[in-house]
Design a protein around this ligand. Sequence first.
Ligand SMILES: *[C@@H]1O[C@H](CO)[C@@H](O)[C@H](O)[C@H]1NC(C)=O
Ligand SMILES: *[C@@H]1O[C@H](CO)[C@@H](O)[C@H](O)[C@H]1NC(C)=O
Ligand SMILES: *[C@@H]1O[C@H](CO)[C@@H](O)[C@H](O)[C@H]1NC(C)=O
Ligand SMILES: *[C@@H]1O[C@H](CO)[C@@H](O)[C@H](O)[C@H]1NC(C)=O
Ligand SMILES: *[C@@H]1O[C@H](CO)[C@@H](O)[C@H](O)[C@H]1NC(C)=O
Ligand SMILES: *[C@@H]1O[C@H](CO)[C@@H](O)[C@H](O)[C@H]1NC(C)=O
Ligand SMILES: *[C@@H]1O[C@H](CO)[C@@H](O)[C@H](O)[C@H]1NC(C)=O
Ligand SMILES: *[C@@H]1O[C@H](CO)[C@@H](O)[C@H](O)[C@H]1NC(C)=O
Ligand SMILES: *[C@@H]1O[C@H](CO)[C@@H](O)[C@H](O)[C@H]1NC(C)=O
Ligand SMILES: *[C@@H]1O[C@H](CO)[C@@H](O)[C@H](O)[C@H]1NC(C)=O
Ligand SMILES: *[C@@H]1O[C@H](CO)[C@@H](O)[C@H](O)[C@H]1NC(C)=O
Ligand SMILES: *[C@@H]1O[C@H](CO)[C@@H](O)[C@H](O)[C@H]1NC(C)=O
Ligand SMILES: [Cu+2]
Length: 582
Amino acid sequence: MAGGRRRFCLSPACLFVAVAAVVLAMPELAAARTRRYTFNVTMATVTRLCVTKSIPTVNGRFPGPKIVVREGDRLVVQVHNNINNNVTFHWHGVRQLGSGWADGPSYITQCPIRPGQSYAYDFRIVGQRGTLWWHAHFSWLRATLYGPLVILPPRGVAYPFPKPHREVPLMLGEWFNADPEAVISQALRTGGGPNVSDAYTFNGLPGPTYNCSTGGARDTFRLRVTPGRTYMLRLVNAALNDELFFAVANHTLTVVQADASYVKPFAATTLVISPGQTMDVLLTAHAAVLPSAPAFAVAVAPYTNTVGTFDNTTAVAVVEYAPQPASAARGLPLPALPLYNDTAAVANFSASFRSLASADYPARVPRAVDRRFFFTVGLGADPCQSPVNGTCQGPNGTRFRASVNNVSFAMPRTSLLQAHYRRRYSGVLTANFPAAPLVKFDYTGTPPNNTFVTHGTRVVPLSFNTTVEVVLQDTSILGAESHPLHLHGYDFFVVGTGFGNYDASNDTAKYNLVDPVQRNTVSVPTAGWVAIRFVADNPGVWIMHCHLDVHLSWGLAMAWLVNDGPLPNQKLPPPPSDIPKC
Ligand SMILES: *[C@@H]1O[C@H](CO)[C@@H](O)[C@H](O)[C@H]1NC(C)=O
Ligand SMILES: *[C@@H]1O[C@H](CO)[C@@H](O)[C@H](O)[C@H]1NC(C)=O
Ligand SMILES: *[C@@H]1O[C@H](CO)[C@@H](O)[C@H](O)[C@H]1NC(C)=O
Ligand SMILES: *[C@@H]1O[C@H](CO)[C@@H](O)[C@H](O)[C@H]1NC(C)=O
Ligand SMILES: *[C@@H]1O[C@H](CO)[C@@H](O)[C@H](O)[C@H]1NC(C)=O
Ligand SMILES: *[C@@H]1O[C@H](CO)[C@@H](O)[C@H](O)[C@H]1NC(C)=O
Ligand SMILES: *[C@@H]1O[C@H](CO)[C@@H](O)[C@H](O)[C@H]1NC(C)=O
Ligand SMILES: *[C@@H]1O[C@H](CO)[C@@H](O)[C@H](O)[C@H]1NC(C)=O
Ligand SMILES: *[C@@H]1O[C@H](CO)[C@@H](O)[C@H](O)[C@H]1NC(C)=O
Ligand SMILES: *[C@@H]1O[C@H](CO)[C@@H](O)[C@H](O)[C@H]1NC(C)=O
Ligand SMILES: *[C@@H]1O[C@H](CO)[C@@H](O)[C@H](O)[C@H]1NC(C)=O
Ligand SMILES: *[C@@H]1O[C@H](CO)[C@@H](O)[C@H](O)[C@H]1NC(C)=O
Ligand SMILES: [Cu+2]
């Protein structure tokens, strides 16, 4: 919106009228500011686990810079690409109302920013507050190109919980000793599963459980606390391919926010956080600690049911009540985390989330649905075709793929949004993504013999303001697994979930239409289903995909094409003049 106005308003009179219109329409935005950041994407040398290498960074920092805005602000991020890779940036969870050109997924809303090129992402933050994050959205570059995006309430507006003493972004990540681009490119060449990461990280630091770590500040994240004070951890799972359990030894956490929406506060000793998700949690330091135990371990470990290999390590950070020597990080007792495949623990935790749904923050859950969709999500295969050394390394000599309704998303060579804006769809996309699987089977039972997928860049066209319900159903093809599905451009309500196959006649009646959690990323349970609802009030092309990058690379994605509404402010504005070309 801001971007569109800026581009059309060249005269001071026009600017005055446009700004006055916004201020009159939304008085609470009168104090809104423009926050400007510059992202210079450069290679930088870092050392982790005794491996020194050059990695893509923003401004030489890993993880990248923290962006801080207030709800209602306009954010302008000027990106200069000074690495030898294409890059784009996604503002994960930002609704991008009227600013679809700033969403960032490569070949969906823009062509990549090529080496030497620049692009300014220009958008407003409307109706969202809490923790979101930004990350690269080209191939696997987000492995090192990510950082927090903190949205404070408008000035003078309090949190609906006691103000914490300090707020600390805590980004969970995944470190590869190899070049992640080489890892995914090798996997796509051989058809097999990619090599797994070497460590999990807290704000880029693996901590004392790994080789070459001293426990000192250079390799271990430490949070210094004062007895009795409350800290808000702004947690983000930025890992490439792993859902994570998270716990702090001897401390209970209170979850207050998820994906930049308030939730009814609830206590938990172990959290589960999927790639793409964010969670604000309160940690209250004990009023007193024994001199013999002045520090506590924070631990993360994977949750997975993959039939392939995975990074089965545990990373540790430290909460310390008094300064500790580096060596003290090593012997700390770890919090008890569930076993890596404890799906029941995950379901238990997921069931705790409810929208705050207070007078200030009502849950506007759609009661009536205009269009219903049933999407299977899961793995599949391609025939080997071009064998590497006589065979492919996927299941039974095939190549791994993944799909939604058995359509494996084929990445286009030009931006879908550009094609839509010009109404030139031919050769780029087809508007015939199936509303339900064409072949029905026992989705969570014995898989069909033929597990080959189809390919296409197929989208679902939606009229403006359509109320949509989607049931996302996991399949057991090549192993039932949990898939964190992320929808761009929208928050959705999670109205129902269960194990086994979704049963419309029984399950719909059990939906929560009162206070369901609102999120931008939800995990489809292992061998189960989840139902979401959203109103298509944001014109543009919005990708919905698994946030495990390996599954995205294999095609676990589809896109919604939301058409313009009748009113001027319900139309996709023209593209910014600096939008990259393919
Ligand atoms: C980006 O960083 C590179 C390397 O440090 C530097 O040469 C270049 O001038 C910077 N560009 C901008 C626009 O800041
Ligand atoms: C993946 O792992 C295999 C076995 O350890 C190794 O030979 C290969 O070089 C690795 N690939 C990459 C891209 O690091
Ligand atoms: C850690 O170092 C030990 C001893 O040098 C070695 O045997 C082990 O393989 C290393 N582990 C990892 C994960 O690199
Ligand atoms: C931490 O919790 C463990 C397990 O409940 C308990 O054995 C231990 O005494 C506690 N430690 C401290 C310092 O409170
Ligand atoms: C993962 O590690 C845990 C202990 O850290 C172990 O109990 C479990 O068997 C391991 N799982 C696999 C699949 O290696
Ligand atoms: C989890 O894995 C363990 C072995 O690592 C196995 O004994 C157990 O049956 C598995 N549990 C489930 C629910 O799959
Ligand atoms: C294919 O085999 C050759 C010779 O054994 C080997 O050098 C090469 O790395 C193999 N390629 C792949 C992708 O495995
Ligand atoms: C593996 O593929 C071969 C050839 O396509 C087929 O005959 C065989 O049944 C497959 N085996 C399994 C376990 O899928
Ligand atoms: C699938 O394969 C199994 C075992 O190979 C066979 O018994 C069954 O008839 C096949 N089903 C179909 C529908 O082809
Ligand atoms: C969207 O549709 C609802 C009815 O389903 C209507 O009440 C509302 O005014 C519409 N909103 C817009 C912006 O068209
Ligand atoms: C609904 O649930 C009941 C009780 O679990 C079951 O008997 C019935 O078959 C289910 N309905 C359908 C259509 O599956
Ligand atoms: C980078 O993007 C351009 C424009 O879409 C494309 O032509 C080129 O192939 C891309 N390069 C890589 C390595 O993907
Ligand atoms: Cu997935």
